[in-house]
Design a protein around this ligand. Structure first.
Ligand SMILES: Nc1nc2c(ncn2[C@@H]2O[C@H](COP(=O)(O)OP(=O)(O)OP(=O)(O)O)[C@@H](O)[C@H]2O)c(=O)[nH]1
Ligand SMILES: [Mg+2]
Length: 385
């Protein structure tokens, strides 16, 4: 086979047969780089699931199907949206039985370590625990939970636990909708406790507060008397403050910090009607104080359920969610409509030039929206008939 024809093109002009190439015919059935018996097999493609499969799998508590159902809910593909909504509708009667706990705190306060400690305590008590992360600023999915999964190593291996990273933003309702619907799926799958860790900065505290029953602020002893940049507003959202890392030399200081926070809480309006928030200490490393914290959450549930506020808050949260999605939808329809945008620009200029009052401008904008949005709506409806 060694011949001129097979010589590589960089072969020196006067070279002999040592530069000849050989071309081997392929062997059918073998894969690249090996004989038939070592052929690499592709993992089988996941079978497409029907809505019945999803529903039945989630209700059975199948973790693989639960994960796929969450992926469906998180999809930004408009084709998946209706299926996801149909699935949520079907599982809705099986939701609402879990206690939903939000956990916030500055980066490094020990949220993930605390969740690991509390989660493991609960699974030992034979409870099923789902851990979700919510990062409203996330544009790519799966960001920090990769790091968190190593911090929640024991919990991640526990068959009674389910850990899911923050979804990314995107279509209607964004991260909030996806996280809430994920929570519903986990409840339908039989999880008794949902722990939601706030990730990132900005609006995550209020977003998480609006989807949980109990909101826990994790703090650590700071250098000096400062409040570690924790906004008063976040303290006001909290049902308890937990001074973490109360271990070793730090324990004494943690107790002092707890007393400081109790003082502050004394002057603030409680976040939950009929419940007095207090400060506690714990060590997520040694486990001291973890059980006490769970007792507090269980007492909260009992007390606030008895007063009727537990369900009232949930109802309020759901209705606010509906309104905010509708607002967001209208807003995006307006900003994406080129006719309205053009009109808006003109009106804004006129206001700044003093040619139009602010109130007249608002009226003119509303007229433009009604004209363009609602006449477009009528055209769509007419087209469907
Ligand atoms: N001594 C001590 N260290 C702790 C405790 N809890 C957490 N840590 C340590 O504090 C560091 C930060 O903990 P994380 O659990 O990652 O904190 P986080 O609040 O989840 O941090 P972000 O997710 O980055 O916001 C880690 O090195 C933990 O080992 C504790 O109770 N005691
Ligand atoms: Mg964390």
């Amino acid at each position: 086979m060694a011949s001129e024809k097979y010589k590589p093109e960089w072969t020196p002009k006067d070279a002999g047969s040592e530069f000849a190439g050989r071309v081997m015919p392929g062997v059918s059935g073998a894969s690249e780089g090996g004989g038939g018996h070592t052929a690499r097999r592709r993992p089988p493609r996941a079978r497409r699931l029907s809505l019945d499969d999803y529903e039945e799998g989630v209700l059975r508590g199948d973790r693989v199907i639960l994960a796929r159902a969450i992926t469906l809910v998180e999809s930004n593909n408009p084709g998946h949206f209706n299926d996801a909504q149909e699935l949520i509708q079907r599982i809705l009667p099986h939701t609402g039985r879990a206690i939903r706990v939000g956990i916030t705190g500055i980066p490094g306060a020990g949220k993930s370590t605390f969740i690991e400690a509390l989660g493991c305590y609960l699974t030992e008590e034979e409870k099923k625990v789902a851990v979700l992360a919510v990062d409203p600023s996330s544009t790519i999915s799966g960001g920090s939970i990769l790091g968190d999964k190593t911090r929640m190593e024991k919990l991640a291996r526990d068959p009674r636990a389910f850990i899911r990273p923050s979804p990314s933003g995107g279509t209607l309702g964004g991260v909030t909708r996806k996280s809430r619907e994920t929570m519903l799926l986990c409840e339908a799958a039989g999880y008794d406790v949902i722990l939601v860790e706030t990730v990132g900065v900005g609006q995550s505290e209020t977003t998480v507060r609006s989807m949980v029953d109990f909101f826990l602020l994790l703090v650590v002893t700071g250098a000096g008397d400062d409040l570690q940049g924790i906004k008063k507003g976040v303290i006001e959202l909290s049902d308890a403050i937990l001074v973490n890392k109360a271990d070793g030399d730090n324990k004494r200081r943690a107790l002092a910090t707890k007393a400081d926070y109790n003082q502050i809480l004394h002057y603030l309006r409680p976040a939950t009607e009929g419940w007095t928030p207090k400060a506690y200490t714990c060590s997520s490393l040694t486990g001291e104080g973890i059980e006490e914290m769970w007792r507090v959450i269980a007492d909260f549930r009992e007390q606030v359920t008895a007063s009727g506020f537990f369900q009232r808050r949930r109802n309020g949260q759901t209705l606010e969610w509906v309104d905010s999605m509708a607002d967001e939808y209208i807003h995006s329809r307006i900003t994406q409509n080129p006719d309205i945008s053009a009109c808006r620009e003109t009106i804004r200029k006129q206001v700044l030039q003093g040619d139009m009052t602010a109130t007249r401008a608002a009226e003119a904008l509303i007229d433009a929206m009604e004209k363009h949005l609602f006449s477009a709506g009528r055209r769509e409806n007419a087209g469907e008939e």
